[in-house]
Design a protein around this ligand. Structure first.
Ligand code: NAD
Length: 472
């Protein structure tokens, strides 16, 4: 079993608190050991980052762009190893893991191409006023287990680009691809600019309360996000919180099923449904309810469920047993209340955490499967009669990450979409993200955005430069 090491101040070091095992979800058994860091090692990582910040913040934009481009080159060169490691720790099919690595390289290149703007607010003979954006300092990145490599890239690259130093803490369920990413970055940047630490119970809260950290970029559940926010109050850490979602999609009546059903399926089951902005509740007009349900079930039945490294597999396991049990519980609850499970609906009898894609009808708001974030391979379909009622129900969630409206009449779809209470509103697509467009949630899905200029500026602090000009 391979051992991995922490990255502190440019050195790979064993965890002072021992190690824990990382489980392959396709086997339900450990395949590697991850170091468990101590709080003393966390202190070392934070002070290494703090020391490195003194010089790193003075590096030029050109220097940082150049280094990020070289990091992207290395990610591409090592894509095979990275993708296989992602499959082993996360479970997704290999082709999807390649997309995750490719996305990581693309987002890194985008960060390399970005400029931190200086805004000229006013210029008169008497005064010149400029708005600058300076790096915040030491940024802690805390990431979840669903897209471990890509989300680490989303946090780390803009933070570095803006001139910060980083302490990264991956999920203990999927720490290895982030450790490898840290090693790649460390080849190119000065010691201490990037550090990767992991630990057991309580390690996350040691980070969020740490007085040497200036900002936290956190992606994970709403519940943990609330804890992060509480713990961060001590030194008023800046926060970006990308939290859970329960995205609704509304299909307008008369939408041709064939034109949209494949894309709806992919948006709901992307990464086995373990995607923050996956489509999680589908509102369909009652006149087309059966037709949509059957078409989705037919696509679900075609999926080849299996281990991510097996040839031909299109659908992998759930990443961990707790999540599998939650998904089973939500489906069983719906079934007990009279819902119909058109396909899937039970854990596969084989090793690993396999649960096939599942389509559930006869459910509505008030069922746990609709009201809670399932974060797994299940899609509930809810029938509606009146579009205003569908919109009201879509907005009745505490979550507000994404949402979508589908229909042939684009103007009507757009008018409804713009009334969704969500950080992103899509029309005739869902879960589409790209490096140049800001992405983030509202309500209990968090605040702050990633990507684009706004995403980069989250890693900066504004400084107004007010120059009284001498008039001779
Ligand atoms: P989680 O909240 O359990 O864990 C996320 C991270 O927080 C992990 O690294 C974990 O070790 C760490 N952590 C746990 N307790 C902590 C504490 N008290 N203080 C600091 N850190 C702590 O989430 P998860 O189960 O890994 O991920 C699934 C959730 O993430 C889902 O709700 C999903 O919607 C959400 N998510 C959101 C986005 C987004 O962009 N909005 C993207 C991906 C996932």
């Amino acid at each position: 079993m391979r051992n991995y090491e922490l990255l502190i101040n440019g050195d790979s070091v064993p965890g002072a608190a021992g190690h824990f095992e990382v489980i392959d979800p396709a086997m339900g058994a450990p395949f590697a050991r991850c170091p468990a860091g101590s709080t003393a090692q966390l202190d070392q990582a934070v002070s290494a980052a703090r020391d490195a910040f003194g010089q790193w913040k003075l590096s030029t934009h050109e220097q940082r762009c150049e280094l990020l481009s070289r990091i992207a080159d290395d990610i591409e060169r090592e894509a095979d190893e990275l993708a296989r490691l992602i499959v082993m720790e996360q479970g997704k099919p290999l082709a999807l893991a390649y997309s995750e690595v490719g996305g990581g390289a693309a987002w890194t290149r985008y960060a390399a191409s970005q400029e931190v703007p200086v805004e000229l607010v006013e210029e008169t003979p008497a005064q010149r006023i400029e708005l600058h954006h300076k790096p915040v300092g030491v940024v802690a990145s805390i990431t979840p287990w669903n897209w471990p490599f890509m989300i680490a890239v989303w946090h780390i690259m803009p933070a570095l680009r803006a001139g910060n130093c980083v302490v990264s803490k991956p999920s203990s369920l999927t720490p290895l691809s982030t450790i490898r990413l840290g090693e790649i970055i460390a080849r190119h940047v000065p010691k201490g600019v990037i550090n990767v630490v992991t630990g057991g119970q309580g390690f996350g809260s040691a980070i969020t309360a740490h007085p040497g950290i200036d900002k936290i970029v956190f992606t994970g559940s709403t519940e943990t996000g609330q804890r992060v926010m509480q713990a961060a109050a001590g030194n008023l850490k800046r926060l970006t919180l990308e939290l859970g979602g329960n995205d609704a999609a509304i299909v307008l009546s008369g939408t041709p099923v064939d034109a949209v059903v494949e894309e709806i399926f992919q948006a709901a089951f992307l990464n086995m449904g373990q995607t923050c902005a996956a489509l999680k509740r589908l509102y369909v007009h009652e006149s087309q309810y059966r037709e949509f349900a059957e078409a989705l079930a037919a696509i679900a039945e075609r999926q080849v469920v299996g281990a991510g490294l097996e040839e031909g597999v299109t659908f992998g396991p759930i990443q961990n047993l707790d999540q599998l049990e939650l998904v089973s519980e939500l489906v069983d609850d719906a079934r007990a209340q009279g819902a119909q499970v058109l396909c899937g609906g039970t854990r596969l009898e084989r090793r690993g955490f396999f649960y096939p894609p599942t389509i559930v009808t006869g459910v509505s708001d008030g069922h746990r499967l609709v009201d809670e974030e399932q974060f797994g391979p299940v899609l509930p379909l809810i029938a509606y009669r009146d579009i205003e009622d569908a919109l009201r129900r879509a907005n009745a969630s505490q979550m507000g990450l994404g949402g979508s409206v589908w229909g042939e009449d684009e103007a009507q779809a757009q008018a409804i979409a713009s009334r969704l209470e969500s950080g992103v509103a899509w029309v005739n697509c869902h879960a589409q993200i790209q490096p140049n467009t800001p992405f983030g949630g509202c309500k209990m899905s968090g605040f702050g955005v990633e990507f684009g200029l706004q995403g980069l500026l989250e890693f900066t602090t504004p400084q107004l430069l007010f120059v009284r000009q001498r008039t001779n």
